[in-house]
Design a protein around this ligand. Structure first.
Ligand code: ASP
Length: 346
């Protein structure tokens, strides 16, 4: 098959221009993106594009967009060798995480990219990002995709999507993957990190499960957190899953006021996922006294998951599974390479 790539344009800074009235950046049409990088016509493969009916700043992303993206990918799956999704940087890590959980048996690359400066600006980072994303999306060895994963290309690095976090609102190196090595580094050559790419055999045809249950919350603990604030979160009507952002290796206060609330939430059937506030490293429940009680109460370890991936994984599992034990089992294991499971300390 002749190689061909579908670019799906959702909005984001890469295609923005200054609004003539307010001066604020807002998404603009796809043509000007293509006009800014005429050299991509020199790639030896076909490039088509699909522009979403309503272009958005990615701060407006909702789970409905993730479903639309999966639908577009599946409808066009046979026609293209890979997909590049142009997306704002603000929620790119959420969208890439969500698609990684929604899509199953993916054998082709889905590469998210965008930029910090619009592609129409002289110093834009959008050109390099787009060109590298296209090259990676089209890369094949013996007819098979080099990176059959949902990933993010940004600032000369390719990351696994569900391992990535936006770390800088200014630098061209806007993303980082603290707990998993880059899948590729882009210099004069593109160096693929073959050992880090997911080549596990795909069992079955590509498919998507796109429902998301948004009855979740994030509770970031801090010294001085008020009990009534915790109550307000765990008493949210319909709450099913809670991402508990803890200190260090998964530690939380040991006072009875806090712990009794955690216990009460678990008894009510709320699934609590322990995610560290640290960018690097992992939750090790039971390593300190301050996390043993969480473990005893029924809190599940998020290991080294990012908050972005934890949010999407929780929404996905709550929609997909009915049995709480099955959900816990899945939370505790790597579905799409999003966590490194360790059993240190317990
Ligand atoms: N606010 C923009 C967005 O996420 C930022 C960007 O694209 O870099 O759509």
């Amino acid at each position: 098959m002749t190689r061909s790539i579908l670019i799906i344009y959702t909005g984001g800074t890469i295609g923005m221009i200054n609004d003539p009235e307010t001066g604020a950046l807002c998404p603009f049409d796809f043509e000007q993106i293509m006009n800014a990088v005429p050299e991509i016509k020199e790639f030896g493969f076909k490039i088509d594009s699909y522009t979403l009916p309503k272009l958005i700043d990615s701060s407006d992303v909702k789970p409905q967009l993730w479903k639309e993206l999966c639908d577009i990918i599946l409808e066009n799956y046979e026609k293209y060798s890979g997909f590049v999704i142009l997306h704002g940087t603000d929620t790119m890590a959420y969208s890439a995480s969500a698609l990684s959980f929604m899509l199953n048996n993916l054998t082709k690359p889905v590469v998210f990219t965008g930029s910090q400066l619009p592609i129409g600006k002289i110093r834009t980072d959008g050109r390099e990002n787009l060109i590298a994303a296209l090259e990676i999306a089209a890369a094949e060895i013996e007819g098979k995709a080099v990176v059959p994963e949902v990933c993010i290309l940004f600032g000369a690095k390719l990351f696994r999507g569900n391992r990535t976090t936006k770390i800088n609102a200014e630098s061209f190196d806007a993303f980082q993957s603290f707990n998993y090595p880059p899948l590729a580094e882009i210099g004069i050559h593109i160096h693929y990190n073959y050992g880090a790419i997911d080549y596990a055999p795909r069992i079955g045809e590509v498919s998507a499960y796109t429902d998301m249950d948004t009855h979740i919350a994030i509770l970031k603990i801090f010294p001085g957190i008020r009990p009534e604030f915790i109550d307000a979160v765990i008493e949210m009507p319909g709450l099913k899953g809670l991402i508990l952002e803890t200190y260090g290796s998964g530690n939380a206060p040991t006072d009875e006021v806090f712990l009794s609330k955690v216990r009460k939430a678990c008894e009510k059937g709320i699934l609590i996922y322990n995610v560290t506030q640290c960018q690097g490293g992992t939750v090790e429940m039971g390593r300190y006294e301050t996390s043993r009680e969480l473990l005893r109460s029924g809190v599940t370890s998020g290991y080294d998951i990012t908050t972005e991936a934890a949010v999407c994984k929780m929404m996905h599992l709550l929609a997909r599974e009915k049995d709480a034990n099955e959900i816990k089992k899945s939370l505790n294991s790597a579905l799409k390479g999003e966590i490194t499971v360790n059993h240190i300390g317990f």
